[in-house]
Design a protein around this ligand. Structure first.
Ligand code: ATP
Ligand code: MG
Length: 283
């Protein structure tokens, strides 16, 4: 292990809601950590879409084609068992997952697991070994509904929903197996400068919910076109120093969000950065 942490720290990015920004968040965290010389292994549990693996494949190709020195983590895609029998399926998933994670523990500072946008046995296993669980949610009550039911008049939280129950089970499992705890972080994604009323209501509901469900609610990322544009090149906002890409004010604001997110995560060994300004590269 490059940084001498005692044991790999497992970061799981999960939310049963599809398209909430899990893979986008995961790639930015991975590259941020690699920039600090942490050794990262990535596990993509979405063997159908493989978005994160594809992102990093694009990164490799782009670095080759443009002769760039980009850090590229090892990626392992783990598909779910195809066993027809449920008991056999659970057995096989558990065996494959445990073997892979045990192996990665030996050589990594961080293992970063990107979950698919639905409930699966592999995703449950991942949640139950998480040291840090990150749940990006889009800024709407539809996304919030996966965490809790909210009163339509008062916007008060009435009842926990399926995903929160699942995390609750994972926490119990974790406490029983190694007395570990899961630091659950809910981050907002794609917050927009428009629609201030909705933004405030979601904010209030999350503030109340964090007390009931024990997660840390952090600000997360704004709605920015740049997050969508980076995929074909496999780049992240953290890379602009190492590329010929021109930097815009929007890039700088987005980078700032990523830096704040990394700081909010409170990962072991992470220290606040002191960066040179990027203004010299502004387009
Ligand atoms: N902050 C953002 N601003 C603008 N677009 C974003 C932002 N975050 C994610 N996106 C876009 O939203 C879409 C879904 O993002 P992403 O693939 O990261 O979500 P996901 O949760 O991993 O999805 P899935 O559940 O299908 O795995 C992508 O097109 C991505 O580029
Ligand atoms: Mg994804």
């Amino acid at each position: 292990m490059s940084k001498g942490l005692n044991k790999a720290h497992i970061i799981v990015v999960g939310n049963e809601k599809g398209g909430s920004g899990k893979s986008t968040t995961a790639v930015h965290i991975a590259v941020s950590l690699m920039k600090r010389d942490f050794k990262i292994a990535i596990v993509d549990l979405d063997a159908r879409q493989k978005s994160l693996a594809r992102y990093l494949e694009n990164r490799l190709n782009y670095a080759d084609q443009h002769d760039l020195q980009l850090s590229i983590p090892d990626v392992y895609v783990l598909g779910r068992s195809m066993e027809g029998d449920v008991d056999n399926m659970i057995y096989e998933d558990t065996k494959n997952f445990t073997e892979l994670v045990d192996e990665l523990h030996k050589e990594s500072d961080f293992i970063l697991i990107d979950c698919p946008g639905n409930d699966s046995n592999l995703a449950r296993l991942a949640h139950s070994v998480a040291d840090t669980l990150i749940t990006p949610i889009n800024d709407s009550f539809i996304d919030l509904d996966l965490l809790a039911n909210v009163n339509p008049d008062t916007y008060k939280v009435e009842k926990l929903s399926l995903y929160s129950e699942m995390v609750w089970d994972a926490r119990k499992h974790r406490a029983m197996t190694d007395r570990g705890t899961i630091d659950w972080i809910v981050m907002r994604n794609r917050t927009s400068a428009l629609d201030a009323k909705n933004k405030r209501r979601v904010h209030e509901a999350l503030k109340e919910l964090q007390k009931r469900v024990s997660f840390r609610y952090v600000q997360g990322l704004g709605e920015r076109v740049v997050y969508r544009e980076l995929f074909p090149k496999g780049l992240t906002l953290v890379d602009f120093r190492d590329t010929e890409e021109k930097v815009t004010m929007s890039h700088i604001a987005a980078r700032q969000e990523i830096r704040r997110l990394m700081s909010d995560l409170q990962l072991p060994g992470w220290e606040e950065e002191k960066l040179e300004p990027l203004e010299s590269k502004i387009a």
